[in-house]
Design a protein around this ligand. Sequence first.
Ligand SMILES: Cc1cc2nc3c(=O)[nH]c(=O)nc-3n(C[C@H](O)[C@H](O)[C@H](O)COP(=O)(O)OP(=O)(O)OC[C@H]3O[C@@H](n4cnc5c(N)ncnc54)[C@H](O)[C@@H]3O)c2cc1C
Length: 425
Amino acid sequence: MANRAERSNYELAIIGAGIAGLSAALFAAKEGIETVMVGETGEILFASGLLDLLSVHPIGEGKLWDDPWAALNALRNDLPDHPFSKVSPAHIRTSIDGLLEFLSEQNLPYRRDPDRNVEVVIAMGGVKRTYCVPETVWNGVQALEEKQPTLLVDFEELKGFSALQIATTLTDRWPGLRTATIPFPGGRGLQYAEQLARALENPESRGSLACDIRACLGRAQMVGFPAVIGLYRTREVFKDLEKRIGVPVFEIPTLPPSVAGLRLRDAFHGGLAAKGVRLFPRHRVAALRYELNSNFILDIEASDGGKTLSAGAVILATGRFLGRGLRGDRGRIHETLLDLPVFQPQERALWHRHDFLDPRGHGISEAGLMIDNRFRPIAADCDPVHPHLYAAGSVLGHQNWVRAKCGSGLSVATAFAAVNAFLTT
Ligand SMILES: Cc1cc2nc3c(=O)[nH]c(=O)nc-3n(C[C@H](O)[C@H](O)[C@H](O)COP(=O)(O)OP(=O)(O)OC[C@H]3O[C@@H](n4cnc5c(N)ncnc54)[C@H](O)[C@@H]3O)c2cc1C
């Protein structure tokens, strides 16, 4: 039977455990705020581990930017309702710096060129512009830029990653890219990236792999792998493999569910718990209730029974349709916890354009919460629904993070802004 008797009180409750919720928990913990975070693990599990800031604006023109800060300035001028336009450039920088510092402390360092987007090879083939990449991906950024003679390796049984397919899409751009398909050492039946990553935690597996790679290295000055080089001690495993092979190596994030996403999740969970955040990582808030001038009440459901918590303030970081922060029915799009007003096309016929790949994106992709300048969801009268209810991440409306290539950056910056608003309200 659900245990509804257990009850705890917190200054701040964060609902949602994607990049936005996890970042909000980080920024709150840094400020010493008594914080609880409740949320099923977010889509970082399925994501690439790359941190985009902003590469495309306006999305209708598909204009690509090398300098994400210049892109943000342009966006601020063009789209005043966009959530990025409500965060100062200084706060966006501080939020990204804060996240990278934390990840480095968790032994999951990221690399970037502070004022420039970089290009990375992606598992589907082709390249993608992004802002920060895991340190294990960085050599690949430089190898692509300098067109270094490189060997790209895949494994016979690994699903969803073909070195040949990647190299074929890059023939003109990177002529010095060769490929090799090898059996994973002792790897009969290892088909998934996570299994390979676990296996490479073992030095013997790395020894055999390095031996096989050296045999087909030829004139290559660099070796690229699918992102399977370790799961828990990635840095150590990566450096050891590099030393054994004798040339720099790099990873290419695999298709979801990716090891890069798992590493990110583990780094957050470990680091946040150590900073004193109370985590309920596999729990769902079944109901959120409030009365003005009193605490929020969160009814939490879990397979091991329910709980009820209370908090003085709440940050909703519940994502869109995939995260289940939004839900559509035949008539309209709803916010799932409080049925907050959602910015959305006037009628269902306008949710999608005729052509799936229409460069302007679909109306439904900008659906989400409307907020004031303090990141509080607003009602039809433009007043905040509650003085201490905030929102962050992809649940926010007036933005299409998929087309603008700004997913994680937007989540991190708006999480920072929401925590900052909480502190100064
Ligand atoms: C396939 C894929 C690839 C991606 N690749 C990139 C990339 O290359 N670069 C990049 O920058 N970004 C990428 N992203 C985007 C990024 O991972 C995030 O999804 C995005 O930034 C939105 O984050 P979010 O935290 O706002 O929402 P989500 O990630 O959707 O998280 C929302 C969370 O809220 C939880 N939740 C919802 N309702 C409740 C409730 N009632 N109770 C408790 N929890 C609840 C959900 O379970 C989930 O944990 C990718 C995303 C996907 C799906």
